[in-house]
Design a protein around this ligand. Structure first.
Ligand code: PA5
Length: 445
């Protein structure tokens, strides 16, 4: 197997194959709505043809900016939140050597900021950077989001104090809208290298733009291979039949399950490197589908770790869940379980086996147990955690998300609910323009 595959064999108890087959015309219509741009939010469909439209020159420009940062910096702080953060974090975590920070592998380290408002987080980051050669990639499509703006103000000031304004401006790259927002104004005024986020690509669909590609390239990974994988999936998800379009199939099956009362989808991995892929996926589906009183609630777990915490609930709790497992066929490294003459731990029955063999048996055993316990199981398999397959996976989920949102009957490309907390926060902080709302909000405290 050398590509992503999708399997629904283990959903049979919850939805009859006929139910999914009967949905095919409806799913095909939702696919056409995405492909032809005829649905709600159609001004945000730039991501659909993105992989095939990225040029070698654009990738080269990103790689050159990455090389520039690598040459000047031991550490690059990537500042952004939501869609301006999670894609890069997911890919880097999936590919990175987990213990590289302790080994020193000569790569420029990419760390993240602006994805929270934790004072201690920022203090500790700032303290760590005090004696380091560092640079900044600041990412915000709107250019006005509070969390990254605070982190950028603090870290830019620190960088300017450490190396001077002129050198700092060479170590800062901005990724933002072509013409709007405070970050664009600042980048132009200060002469920062900058990249544009296409106006028709929303944050959570932007990992294959400089938003994701620049930090991934700085971390030392092959963005051409990532885009190549996404291109293959772009081609593979155009057809209107389940057999040749895995994204169409996935979108239809998860909606069939939702209609059958399965309101929560749990994305499962059996590889700790995929933890942040789960976070990226949660944002993609949560922000795209949770609206108008509808939407599958996206949750994620890391197995076998969470079998020892969430396993009980999944096996035995309310039967409103289904699982989508991302299975990685082969690990990058081999590690065998040694023989021990004393065998005090009783493990000699698996001596000589690869650790991954045990993991795979845990995966199969869990699948059987959960299906027996009434949890429908969808399975996505990729050959390995490599750029090209991660590119396939990213585009697969993006395409399925667009189709699925239209099947659900929502606009998958807006996020009106995100504004409510901001309004209240601004009123409480006394932001100019929000004064008349402050009294009403304070009365609710
Ligand atoms: O998907 C989205 O649109 C959001 O999650 C945004 O990416 C997030 O709110 C950050 O916005 P911005 O890039 O404008 O700072």
């Amino acid at each position: 197997m050398d590509k992503l595959t999708f399997d629904i064999t283990n959903t049979a108890g919850a939805i009859a194959p006929a139910t999914v087959n009967d949905m095919q015309p409806e799913a095909a219509k939702a696919l056409a709505t995405v492909e032809e741009g005829t649905g709600a939010g159609n001004d945000y469909l730039g991501w659909v043809g993105l992989p095939s439209s990225i040029t070698d020159e654009q990738l080269e420009a990103i790689n050159m900016a990455a090389a520039q940062l690598q040459n000047h910096c031991e550490i690059v702080v990537t500042i952004g939140i939501g869609g301006s953060y999670l894609g890069a974090k997911a890919v880097i975590e999936a590919l990175a050597d987990t213990f590289a920070p302790y080994r020193g592998d000569g790569r420029t380290k990419v760390v993240f900021a602006g994805q929270n408002i934790g004072e201690d987080y920022l203090f500790e980051l700032s303290r760590m950077l005090r004696d380091k050669k560092f640079g900044i990639i600041v990412i915000s499509k709107s250019g006005t989001t509070t969390e990254p703006a605070i982190a950028f103000r603090i870290l830019r000031e620190q960088l300017e104090q450490q190396v001077g304004k002129e050198e700092a401006s060479k170590r800062i790259v901005a990724v933002t809208d072509a013409s709007h927002g405070a970050l664009r104004t600042m980048a132009d005024k200060e002469g920062y290298t900058s990249f544009e986020i296409p106006g028709n690509v929303g944050g959570r669909f932007s990992v294959l733009t400089p938003v994701g590609l620049l930090p991934i390239a700085v971390a030392g990974y092959d963005i051409k291979a990532l885009v190549e994988g996404a291109r293959r999936m772009e081609q593979a998800t155009k057809a209107a039949d389940y057999a040749s379009n895995p994204a169409l199939y996935y979108a239809a099956v998860r909606n069939a399950l939702y209609r059958a009362g399965k309101k929560i989808e749990i994305l499962v991995n059996f590889n700790p490197k995929l933890h942040y892929f789960g976070e990226w996926w949660k944002q993609l589906y949560g922000e795209s589908e949770g609206k108008d009183g509808k939407g599958i609630f996206p949750a994620a777990v890391d197995f076998s770790t969470d079998l020892h915490s969430m396993g009980q609930w999944i096996q035995d709790g309310e039967r409103t869940i289904f699982e989508t497992v991302i299975s990685v066929e082969r690990p990058e490294h081999e590690m065998l379980i040694p023989t021990d003459d004393e065998n005090l731990d009783g493990l000699n029955y698996i001596a000589g086996r690869a650790v991954d063999h045990v993991n795979k048996m845990a995966e199969i055993g869990t699948r059987i147990a959960h299906v027996d316990g009434g949890v429908p199981n969808l399975r996505i398999t990729i050959p390995a955690l490599q750029e090209t397959y991660l590119g396939e996976l990213i585009y697969f989920f993006e395409k399925a998300c667009g189709i699925s949102g239209y099947l659900l009957g929502v606009n998958p490309f807006n996020q009106p609910g995100v504004e409510d907390y901001k309004r209240n926060m601004f009123a409480l902080l006394g932001k100019p323009g929000y004064e008349d709302q402050t009294a009403a909000i304070k009365a609710k405290i």
